[in-house]
Structures are given as C-alpha cells and as structure tokens.
Ligand binder design. Structure first.
Ligand code: BGC
Length: 488
C-alpha cells in the first residue's frame, strides 16, 4: 500500500456496508434485464401475443442448426433497450454532476419500477416498447451513477473490490432472471408477464435504498457543500479524523470546479488517454463475445442439440459460474491488480473460444447435433470462458473507467464509457444470431481474434490503477508511461 492510501484510516460500519449493497442493486437491475429478455422472447405465449408471425415462422423454421433463430425483429426486442440506455447515460452524467449520485440512482429506480409495471401489464406492443425504453433509461442512469458512487465511497485501497459489487450484482441479476424464466416458461399463458413484471421487486429495493444511502463526499464538495461532505466522509469511514482524505478530495474538486465545460476538457490533449482507455475497455468487453452467451445461451445450447430443459439448465450453470467467479476478482483485484487479471483471462478465453470453434467446426454440421461427449466438453469450455470473463473483463469494464478520469471530467468521461458499452451491447445483441447463421462455427474464431488484440492492448497500453488515488493519476500513471506521457 502506498503512503497516501495508508494514511487514510477507515472502519467498516453497518451503514457503509448497507450503502454498498443497496446501490449495487442498480447492477442487479441491469443483469436482470440481460438475463430475462432472451428467455421471454423464446416463450411461445409471448410470441403468440406480440409477434405471431415469428411464432408461425419458428414452427416452420428451416432446420439449419446455425440459422433457426435468426430474426431481426426478435433481436430488436432484446437490443432496443440499449439504445435508450445510450441516450440516457448523457442526461445521467449531467444529473450526476448537478444534483449528485444519490438522486441519479433514485431516478434510475423510478424508471425501473415504471418500466417493469408497463411490461408486466402490457396489453399491446407499444406498451411493451415504452416499458423497454423506460427500462433502458433506468439502465443508463443506474450504470452511470452506481459504479461512480461505489468507487467514490470506497477507501482507495478497497476501491476495486467495492466497485466490483456492481458487477457481482449484475451477475446475480442474470442468474435470478435465468431461474425465473426456467419456472415461468411452464406457466401459461402469462408466465412472461411474471418474468418482466418481477423486475419491480429489485427496482423497489433500489428505490428505497436510494433514499437511505449517503451522497458521496466528492459530489458534495464539488457542489460546495463542504460541511456535509466532511460529515458524509466521517460517516462512511467510521472514524473522526478524516482530514487527510478530505483535503485530497477538496484539492481535486478545486481543480474540477475551474473546468466550466467538462465535455470540452475531455477532448483536450490531456483528456485523450483516459477517454481512449475507458472506451476501448468497454468495446473489448463486448467483443469478448460474452453477451452471445448471456443473451442467447439457451438458444446456443439448443443449437448444440440440447433439449429445451437441458439447455435452460446449462444456462443456469453458466450463470452460477459467472456469479462464483466474480468473487475471485473481489478478493484479488486490490492485491494483484487489474492488469494481471485481464491478461490471464485473455489466455483462458482464447483457449476456450478456439477449442469451442474447433469442436463445432469439425463435429457440428448444418443439420444433426453434437454427440453427448462433445456437447459436454463444449459446456465445460463455455464455463471456462465465462469464468475468466467474470473475474476480469466483466468487472474491469466498469472499474477502470470509473477510476481513471480526473475529478473534473469523471462523470462526463464515464458517460462516454457507459454509452460505448451500450452501443456494443446493442450491436452484439442485434447481430449475434445473424452472424452465427453466416459465420457458423467461425463466429468463435472471430471473437478469438479480438481477444488476441485486447491482450496486446493490456500488455502495452493499459496502466495499472491499483492503489492510485484520483488526484495522483496524472503523475503516477500517465507521465511515466512511454506513450501516454506525450499527451501531457
Ligand atoms: C457486461 C454485460 C455482461 C455481463 C455478464 C457486464 O459487465 O457489461 O454486458 O452481460 O457483464 O456478466
């Protein structure tokens, strides 16, 4: 631990723990949506009500393994939310700066609850679409505010672990959604309503939570609420003497206050390195191919020849692996650092994807299915892929952008990162089934090629942010770096 981090004492109080968990429910909402829509769009009752022509086509679908689920409209149902989230993240950035993290999280929760109600009670397609858009607004506001909130209330030497609570709750949300779909798929004709409507439960917890949590000290100081900022810091650190850390916050906020237009500052020369890194990390996170698995695991496993129940069960297994492996990063990220986790994962993801691609290439033709032995090996390889993503690119995609910007451009810069994530999530959601239809097993080689590029990026361009306080980033991260120092 460095001396600055070492001189900032803190105690874990029940209140601060509650703040972490309640805010992390924003992540659970995001994960719930990722996990729920794939299952719902597979339910015949749902298709019958809103997309009868797709149900008709599905019944007479040609039996080509790789193409039977290729449908733009259906993919649009899954992906449309991310466009709404993309737009919302910029408003959320303004809200975060002007009003603080707490009211931004509250706004997200209101959107989630309204979206869940509209979808759950949806009678016509337009209600469903508006519900999805409201949900997307919730994701935009929540994904902007929650990772920032968590990074800002965590002591610097635990910042990684606390921030990863967001990702942990994303994975829990995905798993809960998979389990719920598993049950509601058997409830006719309104199982899909339960799946979509139940999002109101975590949404309400987030809503109540957003009234209980503290505002973050940097956000208060930035808005000139010095006394409140100091007492918030005392409350979350659980100690009386917070002078050293408070001075640091004031110092970086003073610099921030001089910047009238953070978006313009972001595009100045010195704003470029964090902007590139945070956006590239988000693009790469999606180009690992993770959401091909998260959105379409049941479909993918059916493509391998699994029956409906077995493929839903396999999705639950990958969901469990996703949650379990996230703990690995919680316990290691502040010890071994961000870079090592990312690099290890690149190797493990590469081996898994190449092996899956090779097995499918040789053994899965356009018709017929894999034999049991090979199918089992593919499930194990998918688990290995999900596992390595879960302790690396999953959490780091949110952690690094939340800690790499100086205070003055933090919310604006993070908004870009969130929206980049949304664009690429949208693209993968929209394109994966069509890509699988055209590229067949080669789709896995496509993602593998990206994994090689992202490994090189980490190796040569990504600095380590472990234990570096926000106000020391320029001196300790950018200036010593052979390439990035040219921007300062
Ligand atoms: C990503 C999501 C992904 C999830 C999987 C998140 O970090 O942003 O797109 O579905 O991890 O756990």
């Amino acid at each position: 631990m460095d001396s600055a981090a070492g001189s900032m004492k803190s105690r874990l109080t029940p209140y601060v723990f509650a703040c972490w968990i309640l805010a992390a429910f924003g992540g659970l909402m995001f994960g719930y949506d990722i996990g729920i829509s794939g299952g719902v769009t597979g339910m015949d009752d749902f298709l019958q009500k809103f997309f009868p022509h797709i149900l008709e086509r599905k019944k007479h679908a040609n039996e080509n393994n790789y193409c039977r689920y290729d449908d733009q409209l259906l993919q649009l149902f899954t992906s449309s939310l991310y466009i709404a989230a993309l737009v919302a993240s910029f408003f959320a950035s303004g809200a975060c700066t002007a009003f603080g993290r707490k009211p931004t999280i509250l706004t997200a929760a209101v959107f989630f609850v309204c979206g869940a109600a509209l979808c759950g009670f949806g009678q016509a397609l337009w209600m469903l679409i508006i519900g999805r858009i409201l949900f997307g607004f919730g994701v935009g506001f929540g994904n902007e505010a929650v990772p920032l909130f968590l990074s800002e209330i965590a002591p610097v030497h635990q910042r990684g672990a606390v921030n990863i609570l967001f990702q942990l709750f994303v994975t829990i949300g995905i798993l809960i959604a998979n389990l719920i779909n598993f049950v509601t798929a058997k409830i006719h004709p309104n199982g899909w309503r339960i799946s979509l409507g139940l999002a109101a439960v975590p949404g309400t917890i987030l809503l109540i939570g957003s009234l209980i949590i503290t505002e973050t000290p940097p956000s208060l100081v930035q808005r000139n609420k010095m006394d409140q900022g100091k007492s918030a810091l005392k409350k979350i650190r659980g100690v009386e003497n917070v002078d050293f850390e408070f001075r640091q916050i004031v110092e970086s906020c003073e610099q921030a206050r001089q910047v009238k237009d953070p978006f313009r500052k972001l595009f100045r020369k010195s704003g470029v390195p964090p902007l590139i890194i945070s956006n590239v990390i988000q693009i790469f996170q999606q180009l690992t191919g993770i959401n091909a698995i998260m959105f379409y695991a049941p479909v993918l496993f059916q493509t391998l020849g699994f029956h409906s129940d077995a493929s839903l069960l396999s999705s639950v297994i990958t969901g469990l692996v996703n949650v379990g492996s996230t703990f690995v990063s919680i316990f290691t990220v502040d010890k071994i650092g961000r870079r090592l986790l990312l690099l290890e994962a690149c190797i493990q993801m590469l081996i898994s994807q190449v092996a899956i691609g090779a097995i499918l290439h040789v053994h899965l033709k356009d018709t017929g299915s894999l034999n049991k032995g090979w199918a089992l090996i593919v499930v194990v390889l998918v688990c290995s892929f999900v596992m390595s993503f879960a302790w690396s690119w999953g959490p780091m995609g949110w952690l690094i952008p939340s800690e790499i910007f100086p205070v003055e451009t933090k919310t604006a810069g993070f908004a870009f990162a969130v929206s980049t994530n949304m664009i690429f999530t949208f693209l993968i959601a929209q394109a994966f089934l069509s890509m699988m239809c055209h590229l067949k097993a080669n789709i896995f080689f496509f993602f593998s090629a990206w994994i090689v590029i992202m490994g090189l990026f980490v190796l040569f361009l990504l600095p380590e942010t472990k234990d570096v306080p926000t106000n020391e980033i320029e001196e300790r991260i950018w200036k010593p770096h052979p390439l990035w120092r040219k921007f300062f």
